[in-house]
Ligand binder design. Sequence first.
Ligand code: AMP
Ligand code: ZN
Length: 309
Amino acid sequence: MNAPAKAVQSPEAFLDSLFDESILIKTGVDGLYGRAGVFEEVIDRFEDAVTKMAVGDKATRIHFPPGMPRKNLEKAGYLKSFPQLAGCVHSFMGDNADHAKLVGMIEKGEDWTEMQDATEVALTPAACYPLYPTVAAAGPVPDGGKLFDLKSYCFRHEPSKDPGRMQLFRMREFVRIGTADDVIAFRATWLERGEQLIKSLGLPCVIDLANDPFFGRPGRMLAANQREQGLKFELLIPVASDDNPTACLSFNYHQNHFGTLWGMQFADGEAVHSACVGFGLERTALALFRHHGTKVEAWPDDVRRVLWG
Ligand code: AMP
Ligand code: ZN
């Protein structure tokens, strides 16, 4: 059956319908799913449409793995701002006696995780995090700045029954590095392009001011500050709920924060500004399935034309 578009009772009911139709495959952990071939096909086609929009920009494409140096996540301040979301890879580093203890603990059903220690690898929380230190290491940024095209699986510890809130998901990102004017213009261009692309896919959307989920009480001030300065916008689409639409694209201006932090600078020593535009690939695919149904052959012709040419 072609799952009825439009009517979604609750995020959990939407997730169950995706399991029932084998669009997503259960693993037993909320937010950790297998993806059906058709789901991947939709993501591939959507990414091609994004690539087509950006083709004249001549961005440098880089593919980092979904893990990054733990030290760089620390230095980026991620544990200060979002400790609740961070994930670090742990591994067993003991001797034979420790190994016997580990196996014994598992056999007895005990918690064995104390037998592991943190490795040098943390899971990447956003596709752009591994980039900045590599830009700094490449030397002075040329006058015209730089533009990157990135994609990564990202981890955020936010288990949920909302299919739009996964623990491991992919983000396609464009990152612009340059003067304040350069990066603000870049963000403005993508605010227009993003809306145009999503509307061409027959999806209802609004763009709104947003903030990141900074942790704790001091976080509330950071979030208010971010909003006041208009540093983050999101493109929202009703996916698992009509009342709370889901952020599928985000448009972030970092001012010279990362430039100063990582020492990314022009030849005269001035810190660069940066901005990034992130496409949530799973969320966009889910929006398409929700609004057009699970049978892609039956999607409206104009939508199919954008994706399949
Ligand atoms: P953010 O850095 O929070 O603005 O995230 C960038 C983009 O990644 C968002 O616009 C979403 O589309 C996507 N995203 C963020 N968190 C999740 C999640 N838990 N599950 C799936 N997609 C996500
Ligand atoms: Zn980013």
